[in-house]
Design a protein around this ligand. Structure first.
Ligand code: ADP
Ligand code: MG
Length: 736
């Protein structure tokens, strides 16, 4: 049934050709018990491997049942092995983490047998090799002789016509060796058993044929006992492993080696938490940068605020306000935009009050102290009732005159006075979270304040003698309209010091409007003429200033409201609202557009670097984990090489590993999610983690799981490919 004709096996190793065996001729029949002997290195193992289809041959022809095999592919040899061959290896090749029963069962599961149908057969065979007591013992706990018997049981259970045993007694004491040979002899009925041994006496009484090898050649081939008649060959039947049994093996492999399970678990846990954390902290820093930023001109940077002014730069009419308020997404309109971003500060002795500004007409409700204003310099204060001055010093503020301080940009004041006002009425409110005060001020005083603010926010350029300078402009009741009075020192800029009657051009620009004024210099002041020419007392504070008539001054600064603020209800629809405002002939601009973040280019570069670093880190994390898993799986090479020898296909190996990694990664990810849930619900108190998890949504959690599954798949595909890259014996030897 098995015939070798001039078969030779060569090894190619780095350009050197070594001979395994040369020109072997052999014919073996079912029912024979063949003993092969010979010194070490004579080619016995190589011959067995070729006969088993575990290794290829280079020359001659091997026939099985009269069929040639020289053209066989790896796949054909796998089929050949499943049909004809059972191996017993010198080093057992058992799965140490499986029990005796599981080891014997494995070969049947891999060849498509149903679990429940094989139970009796397995127990029978375990009994035949005398291991019933140990059937549920892990192989790692058995002695050498017992392991060899498990290997025999595994070889017997599949019922192949050929059993090949390479030095099955090599590691055993003589007592165990005798028993093993006896078992093999019993098996040999109706099969072809080929045994390699050093010790010919052990097999002499059972062997039907003795073959002696020397230096890769057969030097003796003696049939010591004639077998009566050749029984019919029964090819071993096999199917593909069932899906159910793949899952069974995958599940068994997940947990059977605790250290490996924990390592894989830890790696999956590490990669998923690290990637999620990296992603979340990236998102968090993104969110923080978009929230940050400031503006020199606006303190209220609400997302729903839109600044509006008219395209022709005139002030708004009441009809226009009505139209704006009628738009669908408008929440409310603040007509005097200047006062949205600036509070005012007022002082009297040691008391300093600060608050927002409102028009007196907007005051609603009842006063708790004092009375309503009766002239334009009287104001109402709305204030938290717990505020110190209200709670303790009400008499020091009610009916007292305060100085409104000159504004110097957003929330900054000089100690110069703009206007004196008297607080005649106080309304208090109770609110634990709001300590902001509001001043209700008459329209006329607001006009003065606005004019002061316009001045403070304006860029003023004065063209004198064809040069732009930034002199300070001051109002005077004494200077005639259309004229300017300047410091006498300024005359030195002119030829012959002729400054009188020179033209003076004033140019004012701010975020609301531009304006200009042409004047003529009527006079220059010195210390002695200062009071007469300007109407002011203190000369010292007023050096190098330009005094103009109060009406001219007001024409530059005391403007009606050119700009208003619109607040939208739904920020998502803000762009639609902007289009609607444009259609009304307005210039709308989101206040957030005025936000600056420490230089746009710097920000963009930082962001690009952050994105690159995040992506890079995630990729690095992925591959570190991938490599660690590969290293962990290296310890599994023997297992999968053994599966291959027992009849598993590349697809089976891939699937079984895939299932193991799937179960492990899912378990690990599930526990991570459990952790995150407990942190989110404050069962575990980890503030930072709780904070960053807010930036991970369902989509990200699912994506992370997909990454884990993809990684598992990638690993199992690569791993299976590796296990099947070479001949079975090379794969196995590489790994051991
Ligand atoms: P035995 O089993 O009789 O001790 P082997 O069959 O293992 O002998 O080896 C036969 C010859 O083939 C030896 O010379 C050995 O060095 C060589 N050989 C075996 N395996 C390889 C291999 N993988 N690569 C190169 N030479 C090998
Ligand atoms: Mg050998």
């Amino acid at each position: 049934m098995l015939k070798l004709e001039n078969v030779s096996k060569f090894y190619y190793n780095k350009g050197i050709i070594a001979s395994g065996f040369t020109k072997v001729n052999l014919e073996l029949k079912i029912g024979e018990f063949v003993a092969i002997t010979g010194e070490s290195g004579s080619g016995k193992s190589t011959l067995l491997n070729v006969i088993s289809g575990l290794d290829s041959y280079e020359e001659g022809e091997m026939y099985i049942n009269g069929k040639e095999t020289s053209h066989y592919s790896e796949r054909d040899f796998e089929d050949y092995r499943r049909k004809y061959i059972a191996n017993i290896f010198q080093s057992f090749n058992l799965i140490n983490s499986y029990t005796v029963y599981q080891n014997v069962e494995l070969v049947l599961l891999l060849n498509g047998y149903k679990k429940h149908k094989v139970k009796k057969k397995i127990l029978d065979i375990i009994d035949q090799v005398g291991l019933t007591k140990f059937k549920n013992t892990k192989v790692s706990k058995l002695s050498g002789g017992q392991k060899q018997r498990v290997a025999i049981a595994r070889a017997m259970v599949k019922d192949t016509p050929i059993i090949v045993a390479d030095e099955p007694t090599g590691n055993l004491d003589s007592e165990s060796a005798k028993e093993v040979i006896k078992i093999l002899k019993n098996v040999a009925k109706g099969k072809l058993v080929i045994v390699v041994t050093h010790n010919i006496e052990q097999v002499e009484e059972h062997a039907t044929r003795i073959i002696k090898m020397h230096d890769g050649r057969i030097i003796q081939n003696t049939e010591v006992k004639k077998i009566k008649e050749e029984p019919e060959i029964q090819e071993s039947e096999y199917n593909n492993i069932s899906i159910f049994n793949k899952y069974r093996l995958g599940l068994r492999n997940t947990f059977n080696i605790a250290s490996k399970f924990l390592l894989l678990f830890a790696v999956f846990f590490f990669i998923s938490s690290a990637i999620l954390a990296e992603y979340a902290s990236f998102q968090m820093s993104e969110a923080e940068t978009s929230d940050s930023g400031y503006s020199m001109a606006f303190s209220d940077l609400s997302e729903n605020r839109v600044l509006i002014n008219k395209k022709d730069r005139t002030s708004f009419t009441n009809e226009e306000y009505a139209k704006i308020k009628a738009l669908p997404n408008i929440d409310y309109v603040i007509e005097d935009d200047v006062f949205v971003d600036t509070g005012i500060s007022m002082m009297k002795d040691d008391i300093n009050l600060y608050g927002d500004i409102q028009e007196l007409d907007n005051f609603k409700g009842n006063l708790n102290f004092g009375r309503m204003p009766e002239n334009e310099d009287e104001i109402i204060l709305e204030i938290n009732s717990e505020q110190f001055y209200v709670a303790n010093r009400i008499n020091d503020i009610l009916n007292k005159t305060f100085s409104i301080l000159k504004s110097q940009g957003v929330n900054a004041w000089s100690n110069e006075t703009v206007k004196d006002v008297t607080i005649v009425g106080i309304k208090t409110f109770e609110d634990k979270n709001n300590y902001e005060s509001t001043f209700y001020i008459s329209k006329n005083v607001l006009g003065e304040l606005r004019s002061d603010m316009n001045k403070n926010y304006s860029d003023v350029k004065i063209l004198l003698n064809n040069k732009y300078e930034q002199y300070s402009l001051e109002p005077s009741d004494v200077v005639p309209i259309g004229k300017a009075v300047v410091d006498d020192e300024m005359k030195y800029q002119f030829k012959n010091y002729k400054i009188k009657n020179q033209p003076l051009h004033i140019y004012v620009q701010n975020i609301y409007y531009n304006d200009e004024l042409n004047l003529t210099i009527s006079d220059t002041y010195t210390k002695s003429t200062f009071k007469r020419l300007t109407g002011l007392d203190k000369y010292d504070n007023n050096r190098y200033k330009i005094f103009i008539n109060k009406n001219d001054y007001d024409s530059l600064y005391n403007k009606p409201s050119y700009q208003s603020s619109v607040y939208v209800k739904d920020v998502e629809k803000i762009d639609d609202t902007i289009v609607e405002l444009e259609n009304l002939g307005l210039n709308p601009k989101k206040v957030t557009d005025f936000k600056v973040n420490q230089g746009e280019i710097y920000q963009t570069i930082i962001r690009i670097i952050k994105v690159i670093v995040t992506i890079f880190l995630i990729i690095v994390l992925f591959f570190i984990s991938y490599l660690i898993i590969k290293i962990i799986l290296k310890s599994r090479n023997v297992y999968y090489a053994t599966l291959r020898m027992l009849g598993a296909t590349a697809k089976n190996v891939r699937k079984i590993l895939d299932i193991e990694l799937f179960i492990n990664s899912t378990l690990s990810y599930g526990i991570l999610l459990g952790f995150i849930y407990m942190i989110k619900t404050n069962i575990i108190n980890l503030e930072y983690i709780s904070k960053i998890t807010e930036y991970i949504g369902l989509k990200e959690y699912i994506l992370m799981y997909v990454i884990l599954i993809a990684m598992s798949k990638l690993i199992s595909i690569k791993f299976a490919r590796k296990v099947f890259k070479n001949t079975a014996i090379n794969t196995y030897n590489e790994e051991v």
